[in-house]
Design a protein around this ligand. Structure first.
Ligand code: ATP
Ligand code: MG
Length: 435
């Protein structure tokens, strides 16, 4: 044998294998149902975009753009030009690009959702990967606080449908750009007065983007940040009214929240309402979902100005939380397992299985090892292991009679009937699980 070194997956990028992948499919199916209940429609954009979309959209002085993006220069075309491309680190910018590019807002606001992989070159650890998955909901073309609240309630519905209990909701308002300018000056003055306590990141951001300093994860800076001027104190009446309207709708729906004045989110495009769903069950990576309003992003990337609001959840973190909370999900099993004593019967048997599947019956076929089909005993063992409710036995007697033996493996185990292969439609329904 050759001694070729083994090729493994890239660090921080995970294979999602069965049976774990069934959990993903279940979660996705719940999401589709909840999105449909709120009339959010699916949007799919490429996983690669022009780097500019992110540098302009997310902000140059953000963790994601400064150090987490997978960016590269594409090959040169025949004119010697090469494009700067990036794997998407998030998908709001991509959604906004697509909405602007296809003029989706021409006849009014749009409610959209997406699911898919994102890429950030972070230090891999529990709840933090280099390829991870987000599910996001975005409402574009709506300025009212009721849509902020609708999106938050959508997430709450999702937690309920998934069976997640341990979450809390934090809110903040980032106001409007002109309100932020005044706060920014106060922030810079405050941090300059405490320059000796700033870490390297903070010093670099002090003049470029001081609000970012509030988002620091450095424990040594927490006290300093705690005492910083609060944006809330700089909000005008309209911003305050918007925030109060969101809160009133949440209250009317019995959704508990608290204001966290330090919640600024990791990307630059937010204004007015921002929010995060946080859990205490996942250690340091406790934010399962985050979002907010981004009324200036569309214009920022060259589209026609339009208000918008949205959120994204981290699928890996939500699945981990489901595990912590002991939430189970249906485990996939075929309705029937086909037991085939003699390989010579395969063409006839597979014709019958094909017909059964066309009737909506999930059938797992026993497959041999290349040296025959294996003993009946070993085939029945596989059938039991598959979780199937029925075994279909295609023995020589059965086939000679143009029939199959249907044997119950679980409820009423052992009970059996013979069914005609010529008229599969007549009895296929008796095999189908009701799950
Ligand atoms: P964090 O503060 O944990 O780095 P973030 O503010 O960078 O999160 P967002 O950009 O708001 O995250 O992304 C939305 C959600 O996506 C997060 O709340 C989290 O659940 C998930 N997420 C973000 N980065 C990762 C990652 N590297 N691995 C796994 N999930 C992630
Ligand atoms: Mg991050």
């Amino acid at each position: 044998m050759s001694g070729n070194p083994k090729i493994t997956a890239i660090k921080g990028m995970n294979d999602i294998l069965p049976p774990e992948s069934a959990r993903w499919e279940w979660l996705e199916s719940v999401v589709r149902r909840v999105m449909a209940a709120h009339a959010y429609r699916n949007l799919r954009t490429p996983i690669m975009e022009h780097t500019q979309l992110f540098t302009r959209g997310l902000g140059e002085v953000t963790d994601v753009v400064e150090k987490e993006m997978y960016s590269f220069q594409d090959r040169q075309d025949q004119h010697g030009n090469a494009e700067h491309l990036s794997l998407r680190p998030e998908n709001t910018a991509g959604v906004v690009r697509a909405v602007a590019e296809h003029n989706l807002l021409y006849d009014g606001g749009k409610r959209l959702y997406y699911m898919g992989p994102m890429f950030r070159r972070e230090r891999p650890q529990r709840g933090r990967y280099r390829q991870f998955h987000q599910i996001g909901a975005e409402a574009l073309g709506f300025a009212g606080a009721e849509v902020d609240a609708e999106l938050i309630l959508l997430a709450v519905s999702l937690w309920r449908e998934l069976g997640i209990q341990n979450w809390r909701l934090e809110l903040n308002s980032l106001g409007q750009p002109e309100e932020r300018r005044e706060h920014r000056a106060a922030l810079i003055a405050y941090f300059e007065a405490h320059a000796d306590q700033l870490d390297e990141d903070a010093r670099r951001r002090l003049h470029a983007n001081p609000l970012r300093i509030l988002d620091t994860k450095n424990p040594a800076m927490q006290a300093l940040v705690e005492g910083a001027p609060k944006l809330m104190d700089y909000l005008g009446d309209a911003s305050k009214a918007h925030f109060a309207a969101v809160q009133a709708i949440l209250d009317a729906n019995g959704v508990a929240w608290r204001v966290n004045p330090r919640l600024v989110r990791g990307l630059d495009y937010y204004n007015l309402t921002v929010f995060e769903f946080i859990t205490d069950s996942l250690g340091a990576q406790g934010t399962i979902c985050g979002g907010g309003r981004y009324d200036y992003l569309i214009e920022q990337i060259g589209g026609k100005a339009a208000p918008a609001v949205g959120w994204a959840l981290g699928v890996e973190r939500v699945l981990e939380l489901l595990k912590e909370e002991g939430v189970t999900s249906p485990e996939p099993a075929p309705d029937a397992y086909a037991i085939i004593p003699d390989a010579s019967a395969l063409p006839r048997v597979m014709q019958a299985l094909h017909a059964l599947r066309a009737q909506g019956v999930a059938v797992q076929m026993h497959a041999g090892t290349g040296e025959g089909m294996g003993s009946m005993k070993s085939q029945f063992k596989r059938a039991d292991g598959s979780g199937a409710a029925f075994a279909l036995v295609f023995g020589p007697d059965e086939l000679a009679a143009g029939e199959v033996t249907v044997k119950a493996l679980r409820d009423g185990a052992g009970a059996q009937t013979r069914q005609p292969l010529a008229n599969v439609a007549a009895w296929a329904g008796t095999l189908k699980s009701t799950a």
